[in-house]
Design a protein around this ligand. Structure first.
Ligand code: ZN
Length: 135
């Protein structure tokens, strides 16, 4: 079951400038800063009351975020929805004909399992499903 928006991901050209801008704009703090090897990027999370903003900075041209920046420039990259059972959700969406970019959840930022839906199946918006990993 999809429960709520977890975070909104924003692709950026200059991570330090974006951090300064968003922490000032939102009067909020960075709560997490991580290199995500699977996506070749640095993800910096800024905490709001219940949701987060994720600033996405590609580390090299292999990152999907590098391709996004090249094509569209800076801006909203994805919306992430929290689910309590990502595998079940993937199965449900596949059965209903949605195209998923990964067949299996991958390890994303913040120690979460993530999976992306094709933007063509969500009115042009890249959708991330995420589920915190149980340790
Ligand atoms: Zn994300």
């Amino acid at each position: 079951m999809i429960k709520k928006i977890d975070h909104i991901g924003i692709a950026v050209h200059d991570i330090e400038q974006a951090i300064r801008n968003y922490t000032n704009l939102l009067q909020a703090k960075v709560i997490h800063d991580e290199i995500v090897p699977s996506q070749h990027l640095r993800a910096v999370f800024i905490k709001l009351a219940k949701q987060k903003i994720e600033l996405l900075y590609p580390l090299n041209s292999n990152s999907p975020v590098a391709k996004f920046l090249e094509k569209r420039g800076e801006g909203v990259h994805h919306i992430a929805f929290r689910t309590n059972d990502i595998r079940k959700e993937i199965q449900r969406l596949k059965k209903e004909g949605y195209r998923l970019i990964q067949d299996e959840p991958i390890l994303g930022a913040y120690n979460k399992w993530v999976c992306f839906l094709h933007p063509k199946d969500a009115q042009g918006v890249l959708i991330e499903l995420c589920q915190p990993r149980k340790n």
